[in-house]
Design a protein around this ligand. Structure first.
Ligand SMILES: *[C@@H]1O[C@H](CO)[C@@H](O)[C@H](O)[C@H]1NC(C)=O
Length: 360
C-alpha cells in the first residue's frame, strides 16, 4: 500500500509536470474543425449591443462567441457591462479573452503580454468564475512569444478564416458580400470575425448571417464547439464584487503595463466553489512575484485599494481587430494549428490522478 501510494504520488508529480509541458505547446486555430459548423465570433466588447446580439442568437437556437476586452470601448467592470457579460454567459454563449486593453501583443514585452492576459482573466474569474481557454490576439497579431505565454496560461489562440471587415470601414453591403461568398463557396465550416461594438453589426449583419447560414443548413455554434474542445479551462463560481473591480489604474485602451502601472504576471484568484478561493485546476508556472503553482498565490488587487470607482468609460477605444493591419490572419504563424484536444486533457488527467489518490 505504502509503495503503491508513493508510486502514485510520483506518477502524479510526473503527470503534473508533463501537463505543464503539454500545455506549453502553442495552439493556434484559424479555422473550425467539425463539419457543417459555423462559428460567428464577436470582438472588442463587452459593449452596449451585447445583450441584443446574445438574444438574437438565443432566439435562433444558435450560439455566438465573444472575445472580450477588459478596458476598451467600455470598462468591463461598469455595472451594466458586468450584468451583460453575465447575461450572455448564462445564455450559453462562449466568452474568450481579447486581452485587457486591446494592445498589439506583438509589440508588447513579455510582462506586458502576461499583464494583458492576467487582467481580463481576473475579470472573468471575478464576474463569471471561469478561466478562459481561448485568447484572440488583437489585430490577429501574434508571434512565438505570445503563443508560448498564452500556452503557459492554458490558452489557445483563436484567429479566423473569414473577416466581415465590419470594424474596418466595410459597408453593411460589403460585409454581407463576405457572408454571401462563404455561403456560395459552401465550405465544410467557417470561423468568422465580426465586432460586437458596431451598431449595424447588431442590427443588420447578425440577423442577416443567422438567416443565411441556417438557411444553408449550417449549425451556428461556439468556437469551442466547432473545434470539439472545452471553452474554458475551469468553471468555478463568481466572486463578490468589491472596490477592486475597477479599470482605474489599469492600462488604457491600446496600452501595456509599465511605469506607474505594475505588471501583473501571475495567476488571478479563482474560486472553484462557494466559500473557497482556491483552484483545483493546475496553473501555469509564471515569472514574477505572483508566481507559484497555487492560484491563491497571487492576490494583487483583491482587498487592496478601496479607492477607485467602478466603471469609468473609455472615450478612445483601441482599434478594432483588423484596423490598418490587413485582414489576413493566415499571415500569422498558423502552421502550428492542430491538436484540437490539447486543453481538455490536462485538467481531467490531473483530476483523475488526484481522484485516484483520494480513493486510496
Ligand atoms: C436588437 O436591436 C434592434 C435595433 O434596436 C431591434 O430591432 C431588435 O429587435 C433587437 N433584437 C433583440 C433580439 O433584442
Amino acid at each position: 500500500m505504502q509503495l503503491l501510494l508513493s508510486t502514485l504520488l510520483a506518477a502524479s508529480v510526473v503527470s503534473g509536470r508533463s501537463v505543464l509541458e503539454y500545455r506549453a505547446t502553442p495552439q493556434v486555430y484559424s479555422s473550425c474543425i467539425n463539419d457543417n459548423d459555423i462559428a460567428l465570433t464577436f470582438d472588442d466588447g463587452p459593449y452596449i449591443y451585447l445583450r441584443n446580439i446574445s438574444d438574437q442568437f438565443t432566439a435562433a437556437n444558435a450560439k455566438a462567441t465573444f472575445f472580450m476586452n477588459g478596458n476598451n470601448w467600455d470598462c468591463i467592470y461598469n455595472p451594466d457591462r458586468i450584468s451583460d457579460v453575465k447575461y450572455a454567459y448564462a445564455a450559453g454563449h462562449m466568452i474568450g479573452s481579447h486581452t485587457w486593453s486591446h494592445g498589439d501583443l506583438s509589440t508588447f514585452s513579455s510582462d506586458q503580454i502576461e499583464d494583458g492576459m492576467y487582467r481580463v482573466e481576473e475579470a472573468f474569474s471575478r464576474i463569471l468564475g471561469i478561466k478562459p481557454a481561448f485568447m484572440r490576439p488583437p489585430y490577429g497579431d501574434t508571434n512565438s512569444n505570445v503563443q508560448t505565454i498564452a500556452a503557459g496560461r492554458g490558452q489557445s489562440l483563436a484567429l479566423w478564416d473569414q473577416d466581415t471587415g465590419d470594424a474596418d470601414g466595410n459597408t453593411v453591403a460589403q460585409s454581407e458580400a463576405v457572408y454571401n461568398a462563404v455561403a456560395k463557396a459552401k465550405p465544410k465550416n467557417a470561423l468568422i470575425l465580426q465586432h460586437e461594438t458596431e451598431e449595424t453589426t447588431a442590427t443588420t449583419l447578425v440577423p442577416y448571417a443567422i438567416k443565411l447560414f441556417q438557411g444553408e443548413g449550417y449549425n451556428l455554434v461556439t468556437l469551442a464547439e466547432c473545434l470539439g474542445v472545452d471553452p474554458y479551462q475551469a468553471i468555478g463560481v463568481p466572486q463578490a464584487q468589491s472596490d477592486a473591480w475597477t479599470c482605474d489604474g489599469t492600462p488604457a485602451p491600446g496600452k501595456g503595463c509599465g511605469g506607474s502601472i505594475t505588471c501583473e504576471t501571475g495567476t488571478p484568484l479563482f474560486s472553484s466553489a462557494a466559500g473557497s478561493s482556491t483552484s483545483g485546476a493546475p496553473t501555469a508556472p509564471s515569472s514574477g512575484a505572483n508566481g507559484g503553482t497555487s492560484s491563491t498565490a497571487s492576490l494583487p488587487n483583491a482587498a487592496v485599494s478601496p479607492a477607485a470607482t467602478s466603471g469609468g468609460s473609455t472615450p478612445a477605444p483601441s482599434d478594432s481587430n483588423t484596423g490598418s493591419h490587413t485582414s489576413s490572419p493566415s499571415a500569422t504563424p498558423s502552421g502550428k494549428t492542430g491538436g484540437a484536444r490539447a486543453l481538455t486533457v490536462p485538467a481531467g488527467a490531473l483530476a483523475g490522478v488526484i481522484g485516484l489518490m483520494m480513493l486510496l
